[in-house]
Design a protein around this ligand. Structure first.
Ligand code: MG
Length: 383
């Protein structure tokens, strides 16, 4: 089995997109552009390692954007794209891949099918593989004030990932370092490598302008669906001088009885998230008879549910918790509870709602026997 590595070039500034931040770190559907690109390549079963090349001042942004997505430390890019690619290839040298796929950071929509087409051509003996697309618009050339119509016959648009025999492209990049080249295929041409083409993909757009970000966001969104989950929990009052609700300690004349810290709010929310991803309920993941969870902070259960969402490549979009009791009065703690959930789930506080209500003296909460909680979680999941 051939060893295949991917190299993502993310060293540029991408100023045409505006906004002051390098475009590869701009958020698309809540994730930096670069993270989508790295995810797409990491998800391919043929690709063993993913090497990134980043700008020399971008390490902090990179750590935030990629957090655990790739195992190799990023290489530091140079002044030009070509210098950055060479730095990445040299860094990959230690892993001795047979093939390398060199990809633009700004193409987050690369499909698994396209990666497979490039890989299959390399496995079939190609030295350099170029995904191409036909030119469909009519072409016009200008010389001074004179416009002429140009033929689009034999003209193609070049995409990435471009695939290469690793040793050959490394040698070529070393040999032609400093020669102006539009992409890595141009370097392969200079070195006399044989170019093989495969069909590109119209969706594999290069995100360049502010308009492209809007389009890329809608194309990425089409890969996801929105799901909701509902959770309910109740705990009985017992002796004590405080209750835990949504991770906040609230003074009260009673405590709540439970195996863990009896935080009905976090339990309901944990069940809502588990419900949204159809992963059972809290009791299945944390047996109520297990001594390990005696007195446990319920933030742990919630964090576990969030990890399952992330593992499934989903994202929590919103949560809404309703607490039901006559006392204690919860309004003064509402924002602290929102902040607590936001912190546990690493969400913006605008995506967290906590409400409180009574049942006007009716039922078990009305008689002051305990506290109940309901929660709805909205989650974005890959289709
Ligand atoms: Mg409970």
């Amino acid at each position: 089995m051939s060893k295949i590595a991917a190299l993502i070039v993310a060293g540029g500034r991408g100023e045409r997109a505006g906004g002051g931040i390098a475009k590869q770190y701009r958020a698309v559907l809540g994730l930096p552009l670069l993270a989508w690109t790295a995810r797409a390549l990491s998800a391919n079963s043929h690709i063993g390692s993913v090497q990134l090349v980043i700008g020399k001042n971008d390490r902090q942004q990179y750590d935030l954007a990629l957090d655990g997505l790739t195992s190799l430390a990023p290489a530091t890019g140079g002044q030009t794209r070509q210098e950055s690619v060479l730095a990445g290839l040299e860094a990959l040298g230690a892993t001795r891949p047979d093939f390398v796929l060199i990809h633009d950071a700004a193409r987050p929509l690369v499909s698994q099918d396209l990666i497979d087409r490039v890989f299959t051509a390399l496995e079939g003996g190609a030295e350099a593989v170029l995904p191409i697309l036909p030119v469909v618009d009519a072409l016009k050339a200008r010389q001074g004030d004179l416009w002429t119509s140009a033929s689009r016959e034999n003209l193609f648009r070049a995409q990435t990932p471009q695939g290469f025999c690793f040793k050959q492209i490394l040698k070529a990049h070393r040999e032609f370092a400093g020669t102006a080249a539009a992409d890595d295929i141009a370097i392969a041409e200079l070195a006399g490598m044989q170019i093989t083409t495969v069909a590109g993909d119209e969706r594999n757009m290069k995100v360049t302008t502010a308009e492209d970000f809007v389009l890329a966001e809608s194309l990425l969104a089409a890969n996801f669906e929105t799901r909701s989950g509902f959770g309910f929990d109740a705990h009985r009052f017992g002796p004590g001088d405080h209750v835990w609700l949504c991770g906040v300690k609230i003074p009260h004349d009673f405590g709540l009885v439970g195996h863990s810290d009896a935080d009905a709010g976090l339990h309901a929310l944990t069940d809502a998230i588990l419900g949204a991803i159809a992963e059972g309920d809290i009791g299945q993941h944390f047996k109520p008879t297990d001594e390990r969870w005696r007195g446990a902070a319920s933030s742990m259960f919630l964090r576990h549910a969030a990890k399952l969402v992330a593992k499934a490549r989903g994202a929590i979009i919103h949560c809404d918790v309703t607490l039901i009791c006559e006392a204690p009065k919860l309004a003064p703690y509402r924002d602290a509870m929102r902040a607590s959930i936001a912190q546990i789930l690493e969400l913006d506080i605008s995506r967290v709602s906590v409400k409180a209500t009574t049942t006007e003296g009716m039922g078990f909460t009305g008689r002051g026997e305990g506290i109940a909680a309901q929660a709805v979680a909205t989650v974005r999941m890959p289709r």
